[in-house]
Write a protein that binds this ligand. Structure first.
Ligand code: GLU
Length: 469
């Protein structure tokens, strides 16, 4: 059997991380089985669906590089199919028109409640032969009265529902528009979906969907219901827990590989391995091994995983993602060190791409001001003389290398009998505006002679102006 999976978000908000995890699992399962992965935008709820949400989903999927094999399918483009299949079910006696009014249904529910029964539609229109004038009827699916509907979920195992607990579901409203469960069924059928991997908030819809699929003569897909993601407090993940939209993780400087890695591990494990490349996920992930219970989102673990990927990923690929941040910060890397070299030098001490941007901006632009705290701490005493001494010795170097610059720093340390900090830190403040940078030899080699000397000269000027005032 050739595998086809789908990701079927409703565009009523951003692509949240629970959805992203479901998408990842579907994508992995399709790729592992040389199958197809399709994206279906479930936009029939016109009041809640927005263009921006559609775009957020497409952007999120593109950023995570969970590529689909076909252009996305929009449910709003398929109303004629839903109509045709509603008609088929009506013609074959699997569905019927229901003329019950709101009041009638309310009374029905109240009576059931009063008698201690579950409020369910009692099927009174099943045998109606005459239309009721003045009422646009809904269409209900005629579900079986007894027996059970069961399925073997790849994650949850066998799930059984008693048919008497399921009433006749509305599949088309009075205005002819299809309802949610029906569109899912028609699309899973016509798109040839073999494996439905989705959130377990849909488990209760599954027996109804199976019954309708069977009535349509479709092969019932295999289901895998993925447990929810909870916040650290055990409550359902929401905005309260911080960023839940996928793109906000990009904005905060996470690598998509890290987010995917974090999501694959949330509720699934492979020995004690924590860091997975995409290739490793494809090799080891097994949907059947996903745990049944909900997983809790742990932001510090995500940050840790991000840092691991920053350090182990090919720097050229890190740059592909970093470029977005550099552009956003208005940093032009055309003049100055190769950003690849900066990545190699910085990634051990930066947990996110945002942090790397902030800590590296000085490589391509001189500081516009010096951080107060750094000035107070390091531009004091004979800092001006130290910088002047350094500048003179730098200018005398026949060749600019990390080692040569380092040699100068140490020569000044010795000549002036100072601690290393008293020499290296004023240099850092002079070149970056603050007192943090990679090792001084690396930093100066990357920054280059011209910029180093110009910035030290500028700091000397600043200090002499200040000392004169
Ligand atoms: N559109 C549904 C949702 O966003 C998913 C439907 C499905 O996967 O069957 O929750």
């Amino acid at each position: 059997m050739s595998v086809t999976t789908r990701f079927a978000p409703s565009p009523t908000g951003y692509l949240h991380i629970g959805g992203a995890r479901t998408a990842l699992y579907s994508w992995l399962y399709a790729r592992q089985n040389s199958g197809r992965f399709v994206l279906r935008i479930e936009d029939t709820d016109r009041e809640r669906s927005t263009e921006e949400s559609v775009q957020a989903i497409l952007d999120g999927m593109a950023w995570l590089d969970l590529n689909a094999d076909e252009p996305p399918v929009y449910q709003t483009a398929r109303f004629d199919r839903y109509k045709a299949l509603t008609q088929q079910l009506l013609d074959e006696g699997h569905a019927y028109h229901c003329y019950c009014t709101k009041d009638e249904l309310e009374t029905m529910r109240e009576e059931a409640r009063a008698a201690g029964r579950k409020p369910m539609y009692d099927g009174r229109c099943r045998s109606r032969t005459e239309p009721v004038p003045g009422i646009d009827p809904v269409v209900r699916f005629r579900s079986p009265d007894d027996g059970e509907t069961a399925f073997d979920d790849m994650i949850k195992g066998r799930v059984v529902f008693q048919n008497r607990e399921l009433d006749d579901l509305i599949i088309a409203r009075g205005d002819g528009t299809p309802t949610y469960n029906f569109t899912v069924v028609v699309d899973d059928y016509e798109m040839g979906i073999t494996h439905v991997i989705r959130g377990d908030d849909h488990v209760n819809n599954t027996p109804r969907q199976i019954q309708i699929l069977q009535a349509l003569g479709a092969t019932v897909p295999i289901y895998a219901h993925v447990p929810m993601i909870l916040g650290e407090d055990g409550k359902r993940l929401s905005k309260r827990h911080g960023a839940v939209g996928v793109m906000s993780y990009r904005d905060e400087g996470y690598l998509p590989e890290a987010l995917l890695n974090y999501l694959v591990r949330l509720g699934w494990s492979h020995g004690d391995q924590e860091v997975f490349t995409r290739e490793e996920m494809l090799e080891h992930f097994r949907i059947e091994q996903v745990q049944k219970g909900a997983g809790a989102f742990n932001p510090s673990k995500l940050a840790w995983i991000n840092h691991q990927h920053m350090q182990t990923m090919d720097p050229a690929r890190v740059l592909e993602h970093w470029r977005w941040h550099l552009d956003k910060a208005g940093i032009d890397t055309g003049n100055g060190p190769d950003p690849i070299d900066v990545i190699k030098s910085q990634r051990e001490r930066c947990k996110t791409l945002v942090e790397m941007t902030e800590k590296s901006a000085f490589f391509w632009a001189p500081p516009t001001e010096y951080v107060d705290k750094a000035v107070k701490k390091w531009f004091k005493g004979d800092a001006q003389a130290v910088l002047a001494d350094l500048l003179e010795r730098f200018q005398a170097l026949p060749e600019w290398t990390g080692e040569a610059a380092h040699g100068v720093v140490h020569a000044v340390v010795e000549a002036r009998e100072l601690g290393l900090g008293k020499v290296a830190q004023p240099i850092r403040v002079a070149i970056s505006g603050d007192a943090v940078s990679p090792p001084i030899d690396e930093t100066l080699a990357l920054l280059g002679r011209e910029q180093t000397e110009a910035r030290i000269a500028r700091a000397i000027e600043f200090l002499s102006e200040r000392n004169a005032a």
